[in-house]
Write a protein that binds this ligand. Structure first.
Ligand code: ZN
Length: 161
């Protein structure tokens, strides 16, 4: 396997899997199960993908900041969301320093996995067919996001049931 492709655009680096990554937020599997709802747990901790067009954040048009349901880290500005037609929330940019990239070969083809840097939660993948100048499309599971609305009640802050 080639190990020389370690840099990505926008200052993101492809992170090689470490024997045991130490995260700012670490919990046991039981604690994650306790904290997250079933869908969030499957995606964030088991790296599954939700079915397209099933998430509440599939389509853009909101204001605020999308955070990680696992640790609360800010990940994407709602301003960076666009409608990709894929059935998953799609973003052209990230909150700086929020996301790690990992090589993902599980589907049989190389993909770039996006992971919350703070807690290691699986978010989705990065593709290069977006509308922006660097063509980034962060394809993110809706249930791996929690919208923190700027100016309303905190209904978006807790885990959804
Ligand atoms: Zn997180």
């Amino acid at each position: 396997m080639r190990a020389d492709r370690t840099s990505e655009r926008k200052g993101l680096r492809l992170v090689r899997r470490r024997p045991r990554a130490v995260r700012e937020v670490e919990r046991s599997d039981a604690e994650w199960k306790d904290q997250l709802n079933v869908d969030q747990y499957r995606v964030l901790r088991r790296k599954t993908t939700e079915r397209p067009f099933t998430g509440v954040y599939v389509h853009p048009g909101r204001a605020g900041l999308y955070r990680c349901p696992g640790c609360g880290a800010p990940l994407f500005s709602a301003d960076a969301q666009f409608d990709s037609g894929t059935g998953w929330p799609s973003f052209s940019d990230i909150v700086p320093e929020s996301i790690e990239l990992h090589r993902d070969l599980r589907a049989g083809i190389p993909r770039t996995e996006t992971v919350c840097r703070r807690c290691g939660g699986h978010l989705g993948h990065l593709f290069r067919d977006g509308p922006g100048p660097d063509r980034s499309r962060y394809c993110i599971n809706s249930c791996a996001l929690t919208l923190d609305e700027d100016d309303s009640d905190a209904s978006g802050l807790g885990p959804r049931s």
